[in-house]
Design a protein. Structure first.
Length: 324
């Protein structure tokens, strides 16, 4: 299993290249991104598009990102909510200092920070922000272009593992509109979630955490069966993880609204998230009707409210095999 790949950090600037000062401002943003990548030690390309319509700009970004035949197969986005942005760059200790920065990124001979202080200001209101409808539209665009999609929520509170403490990476490989794990081996999203969580568990100090996979069912009897089946799948995939059985309320089997089901699932996740550092959840398919985009975003908010840092995942292509 490989942990590397082609990474592209992309952003769209809402505006027009003909605006006075736009070209110089874009150059400063490019230098800021390059400085950040260099200081973090991340191997990534920086791509920027300019369009007055943010959704159109991001469509172009997804279409053009890559290098030759190598194109990213996964789009990772932040979550659309009203939480206050947190600029970790304001902490002078947030980034390591690097004395051997590329000459292009040095403003003077002894510069060890580059241009990271030239990032645009954090959002203070909704002016120039993407609309909820366009946000969900970008998700549907990415899926239409056969890209996997990951949405990150609550990662402003991410804590790194502490060696010697019992901490967890939790995986809920179920669609929010169901409450059992039957045949998840045939679900590309469930398999993609298991792959991503396994990769995270293999990296650095994250290996000191425990990987937990939640087997959900409506009754204890079915729960025991689901647990055995899920253990068998993990063994075939050679993923070392603990399987925990979670009994979901019977109300999930009755006629309830989607938003209520998501709130019930959210409550179950919170009750089982003690000492959890990161949670992986199943991203349901966006609605085909754009008039339902706002309702869909409300459902995603309901299922992730007050959770630890959470990655909502939707996979389109098969990522695992046991036929070797």
């Amino acid at each position: 299993m490989k942990k590397g790949g082609l990474y592209v950090i992309g952003t769209n600037v809402s505006g027009d290249l003909s605006n006075p000062g736009m070209a110089e401002w874009l150059e400063n943003q490019q230098l800021a991104w390059l400085s950040l990548v260099e200081l973090l030690g991340v191997k990534a390309f920086i791509e920027t598009t300019v369009d007055k319509n943010i959704r159109n700009g991001l469509q172009n970004l997804i279409l053009t990102a890559g290098l030759g035949g190598m194109t990213p197969n996964t789009v990772v986005m932040g979550f659309y909510d009203q939480s206050e942005p947190k600029n970790f760059l304001e902490d002078p200790t947030a980034l390591p200092k690097k004395k051997n920065l590329f000459l292009k990124l040095r403003r003077h001979r002894d510069d060890d920070r580059g241009y990271v202080d030239r990032f645009k200001d954090m959002r203070v209101n909704d002016e120039g922000r993407i609309t909820p409808e366009d946000y969900i539209g970008v998700i549907t665009d990415a899926l239409s272009l056969r890209k996997n999609v990951c949405l990150m929520r609550n990662f402003q509170s991410l804590q790194r593992p502490v060696v010697g403490q019992q901490q967890f990476i939790d995986v809920w490989p179920i669609a929010p509109d169901t409450n059992y794990n039957s045949h998840i081996e045939d679900d590309t999203t469930s398999m993609f979630i298991l792959q991503l969580s396994c990769i995270l568990h293999m990296v650095g100090t994250w290996g000191t955490t425990s990987l937990r996979v939640m087997a959900t069912s409506p009754t204890e009897e079915l729960g025991a069966t689901e647990k055995v089946q899920l253990k068998g799948i993990l063994q075939i995939l050679r993923i070392e993880a603990d399987v925990h059985s979670v009994i979901m309320p019977d109300i999930l089997l009755k006629e309830t609204t989607t938003i209520d089901r998501y709130k019930i699932l959210n409550n179950a996740i919170r009750e089982n998230s003690h000492n959890t550092l990161v949670t992986f959840l199943y991203l349901p398919e966006p609605p085909a009707n754009p008039t339902q985009y706002t309702e869909y975003l409300e459902q995603l908010s309901a299922v992730t409210d007050d959770l630890p840092p959470t990655l909502l995942v939707r996979g389109l292509s098969r990522v695992t095999t046991h036929e070797l």
